[in-house]
Structures are given as C-alpha cells and as structure tokens.
Design a binder for this molecule. Sequence first.
Ligand SMILES: [Zn+2]
Length: 286
Amino acid sequence: MVHTDNVLRAITDDGAFRVIAADTTATVRGALQAQQVKTRELTRTFADLLTGAVLVRESMAPDNRLQAILQGDNPRARMIADTHPDGATRGLVQLPADVSAMPLGENGLLQIARTLSNGSLHQGVVRVPAGSNSVSAAFMAYMQESEQTVTMIAIGCHMSNGEVAAAGGYMVQLLPEVAEGPLAVMTERLKDFEDIVPLLARGRASPEELLAETLYGMPFTKVGDRPVSFGCRCSPDRLAMSLASLPRADIESLMEEGKTLEIECDYCRKKYDFTQQQLRSLIESN
Ligand SMILES: [Zn+2]
C-alpha cells in the first residue's frame, strides 16, 4: 500500500488549545531520495526541518507557501524545506564537499520565509537555542518570537535499517483565552510526548493518534485535514527563467560545446534538456 501523508488541525472546544499534527513519512522519504543524504544525523536533521516547515505553514500560512532555511554552525552548511498549500513539499541539502555533519548548537540559524496573502514576503530569523542542537527547539524559538504565543513542538524521525520508517510531529499552541489551570495540565501531559520518536517507533504517531494523545479528555473539533506529499514545482519554463537570469557570457559558455544542455533540478533531480536553439533564444530575450 502506498503511504500517504497528511496534516490535521484541531481546536479544543473551550478555545484554549490548538493542535496541529503531521505525518510526513512519505514526504521525507521522497526528499531524502532526491538529496542522497549520507548519514543518520543529517537524515534526522533534514527530516525534522521538512516536518517543522509543514507544521509552521499549517499554523501561520496554510494558504501560502513557506520556506524554512536552516544554517549550521558552519555557515556553508544549509538545508532548505519548501512547502506549498496543496501539501507539495521539497527540500535541498547544501553541504560543502568536505563536510559530512551539520551541528547547529553554537551558531545555527533558522530562517522562515512565507508569502503573505497580498503576495509580499515575510521573513524572520532566529538562532538555534544554544547547546540544543535541535530543530524542534529552533522552530519553537521561531514561533515564540514571531507569534508571541507559547508553542510546544515535538518533531521526530524513526529510522530502521538505515531507512526512514516513520516521520512526523505535532505543535500545541495556547490560544489567548487560556487560563493557568489547563496550561499546567497540558504542560504536564506533554512531558510524556516531548520526544515523539518512541511513538513513531511503535507506529502510534499518526496525526489522529497524536491529536488523541495530546488532547486526551478534552473535547475538540477537527478544523482541517490536508494532504502532504513530496513534490517539486520545477518545469521547463521555470528552469529556462533561471537560466535566462544568468549573465549572457555564462549562457554562452554553456553553449560552447555545441550540444544539447542537460540541466537537473536541484530539488527533485528531474532532468531537462535545452537545445542550442533554445539557449540562443534565451540570450536574445536576455
Ligand atoms: Zn524539481
């Protein structure tokens, strides 16, 4: 059976909490396969970035695109997650050739860029909390600073035999009406699920189950259920547009061999051919 991912949104009937829970297993697998990530550590970091981006988009910009850019202690080490309202999500791992790890706990940065409904771009950047080395902690810091709401985020990826067996996460937000009583109850309860990898490992971390666990005993209403999938928005036209933005001399040097040029999308590895004639017309329209 083909695994399909989704993200659920729910609000407690007393208006105190909002929970967003996502299964990103197939999405993460697709993105990992395209990026050829080498180590377990990098796999986890990349998986968590993709899941976090889906959760934050669903919370702040469900109808808009969101990009999350994670920069390691080494500023040349970067990962990008790019997620769209229809659920199509892709990622990019950019590591220098001599680097095989991406620690975050000293100088790591998380940048979030989202398109607002009027088309303009909103960007914010936070430091990965010192010593945490945690993508979840970075997303929590971002939500705290940009939304000024208390947000608890748990993201995880369970690996088995070097493969991603399950990936996902949840976000619990305290809505403005919250009183101290329920907050204390929730804080206590979430201590059990701060690390969701054990739930993922037991196959008990579907969005439905995460909602049921985090909101146990609290009446709630589901307000959203959307698909999530690995998907790229590249096309011959889009690649042509990025080629056309290169300086004329660069396009000319690409044409030097006189052959059809094959260009690969960095996100999904799909290959596109550009004939000499197409390249020439790019220069002319440049
Ligand atoms: Zn692509």
